[in-house]
Design a binder for this molecule. Structure first.
Ligand code: CP
Ligand code: NVA
Length: 309
């Protein structure tokens, strides 16, 4: 049994095993319908419990499909429906109960510590469905999408992130180290990745290029990523932050400095950080990106249950 909490704690080999498994499984489903099971039904008999302390559209639905296609069952609960959420039961007792009824637990939360505490108290795997510091399922799935579209390893591509230094960027930074790809970040000075993140990158003998000028960051990019300026867990002056990012909008003029076949990706939901014509334009692959969550998350689950082929 393994947990899937933070990409920086994974080995390169395991990340590659997950991506390869997803590729094989996706290929085999070409003629299957949404709820048809994968032939081997590797999660048959298993119940996976998803818990959300924050809103989610894609993660909850895509994981519902991932689990169903693997032959497992899932239940989705909101934290405030539990005794734990209302303060009437300890996390340790809740974890014991989750481990009694379920075979896997997934959590979207505003507290990284809560994920850590659950991981210590559960006897079943835990998957991070988004926390303040990381969004590992999203980013591993995005790597899959990039390699699927570009038909080459991400290490041969220029990846650019324009936007806030948030959970998604943290996970992207972690994969840039593990999978060794070039990552340019375009963001205002006050929103740069924190020192401990840059120190970790340096310790691992890699480098991230940070630019104040978004056009410099995007120059010759094969992929431009963006995300909402204000994240679910942000406790900031939202209006000020949005204003601080006003020059970091992804527009056709920004996309012009990228490579000719470049693509635009966004984890969604979106805000004003990308113009409508880019978001809905021919370089955008955001819907394919969202769909691939289903495929990659299946392999993440199989990694947790030691069932990767
Ligand atoms: N991208 C993503 O995680 O979307 P949701 O917040 O809708 O789950
Ligand atoms: N950075 C965003 C991602 C949403 C999927 C957030 O945390 O709200």
């Amino acid at each position: 049994m393994k947990n899937f909490i933070n990409l920086k704690d994974m080995t390169t080999k395991d990340l590659r095993r997950i991506l390869n498994d997803a590729k094989k499984r996706k290929k085999k489903r070409k003629k299957l319908s949404t709820l048809d099971l994968d032939k081997d039904k590797p999660l048959k008999g298993k119940l996976i419990i998803q818990m959300y302390e924050k809103p989610s559209s894609r993660t909850r639905l895509s994981f519902h499909l991932s689990i169903a296609q693997l032959g497992g069952g899932s239940i989705t609960i909101k934290a405030n429906e539990l005794h734990l959420g209302k303060g009437g039961e300890t996390l340790a007792d809740t974890a014991k109960i989750l481990s009694t009824y379920g075979d896997g637990f997934m959590l979207r939360t505003g507290s990284d510590k809560k994920i850590e505490d659950f991981s210590k108290n559960l006897t079943i795997p835990i998957i991070n469905l988004l926390s303040p510091s990381s969004h590992p399922c999203q980013v591993l799935s995005d790597i899959f999408t990039v390699e699927e579209i570009k038909k080459k390893p991400i290490s041969k591509l220029n990846i650019c992130w324009i936007g806030d230094c948030n959970n998604v960027l943290n996970s992207l930074i972690a994969t840039s180290v593990k999978l060794k790809f070039n990552l340019n970040v375009g963001c205002p000075k006050n929103y740069r990745p924190p020192k401990f993140v840059m120190d970790w990158v340096k310790k691992n003998k890699r480098n991230i290029n940070i630019f104040n000028d978004p056009k410099k960051a995007a120059k010759n990019a094969d992929v431009v990523f963006s995300d909402k300026v204000v994240s679910l867990n942000d406790k900031v002056n939202k209006l000020k932050k949005i204003k601080d990012f006003k020059n970091y909008r992804i527009t056709p003029s920004l996309m012009k400095v990228t490579r000719p076949q470049s693509i635009f990706l966004h984890c969604l939901p979106r805000g004003n950080e990308v113009s409508e014509d880019v978001f809905l334009g021919k370089q955008s692959r955001v819907w394919q990106q969202a769909l691939n969550r289903v495929h990659v998350q299946k392999s993440i689950l199989l990694y947790c249950f030691n069932k990767l082929r």
